[in-house]
Design a protein around this ligand. Structure first.
Ligand code: ADP
Ligand code: MG
Length: 257
């Protein structure tokens, strides 16, 4: 079943003295359970696209639907995870991860138990009463993942969620996020400028060209890589072949400028 349909999105930002076209003619459908990455250089419109998909603002033209309905009325079906974790420093981890449920009046004993259990499962046992300031960057991003999943989103939007972390933590979190999302059969869109991360995590990669952001090419990740956790995918022989292919595509884009 198609979960998400992105239909002919164009977006131009207007400021008093300029107009910047960030996205041009972006169309894509995403099936339930799929993991799709948008890969492209800084400034090619990745965050703009995710914000539009999240229903944070309307595109200049085009439409986004989730389960056949407009995104504006279905924002609750979307979970957003960003480079910065936005945990509130004056609340402890438990309060932070339950805050969304509480504000939406959806907090039940069952949901609380589920979220606290997930916190344990992803390696954060014993931190529920701690302040975010007591945790490392990687631990904070895990807590942010639990907070996002607690709201039971149909679709997860991940905007460079690992890019502020050191390399080892990033590799570990890729595996953790990958396995957690797979275990709940979640659909996810990841934006990244990291070719390896896109290959290791995705079923499909959408290569975006810059200024304005357009779909340059869609790459299907080979089956043998899709079945592996990211860390093992990175060590598979098919990985470097895929990497070289995408590298060449991005080089053509660079030289076409
Ligand atoms: P990315 O996430 O790929 O780095 P963005 O979506 O943030 O790219 O930006 C795409 C383009 O739109 C850039 O040229 C950026 O300068 C421009 N842009 C982004 N946000 C705004 C805004 N609020 N007003 C004007 N221009 C913007
Ligand atoms: Mg961005």
């Amino acid at each position: 079943m198609e979960l998400l349909e992105i239909d002919s999105i164009h977006h131009t930002y207007f400021t008093p003295d300029s107009a910047t076209t960030a996205l041009e003619d972006i169309s894509l459908t995403v099936t339930e359970g799929e993991f799709v990455s948008f890969l492209g250089p800084s400034g090619c419109g990745k965050t703009t696209l995710l914000s539009i998909i999240a229903g944070l603002f309307q595109p200049s033209s085009g439409r986004v639907t989730i389960e056949g309905e407009s995104i504006e009325k279905n924002k609750h079906k979307i979970g957003y995870m960003l480079q910065q974790d936005y945990l509130f420093p004056w609340k402890n981890i438990e309060e932070n991860i339950l805050l969304g449920l509480k504000t939406m009046n959806r907090l039940t004993a069952e949901k609380k138990a589920w979220a606290l259990n997930l916190l344990d499962e992803i390696g954060l046992e014993g931190v529920a009463k701690q302040s975010p300031n007591q945790l490392s960057g990687g631990m904070r991003q895990r807590a942010a993942l639990v907070r996002t999943l607690a709201l039971e989103p149909k679709l997860l939007l991940l905007d460079e969620p690992f890019s502020a972390l050191d390399y080892q933590t990033k590799l570990k979190l890729e595996d953790l996020v990958f396995q957690t999302l797979k275990s709940f059969n979640k659909t996810a869109l990841l934006v990244t400028h990291d070719i390896g991360e896109a290959i290791a995590m995705s079923d499909r990669i959408v290569l975006l060209s810059a200024k304005p952001g357009r779909v340059h090419k869609v790459v299907h990740v080979p089956k043998e890589l899709r079945e592996l956790v990211p860390f093992h995918a990175r060590n598979h022989e098919a990985y470097s072949v895929c990497f070289q292919g995408i590298w060449k595509e991005l080089e053509t884009l660079e030289s076409a400028k």
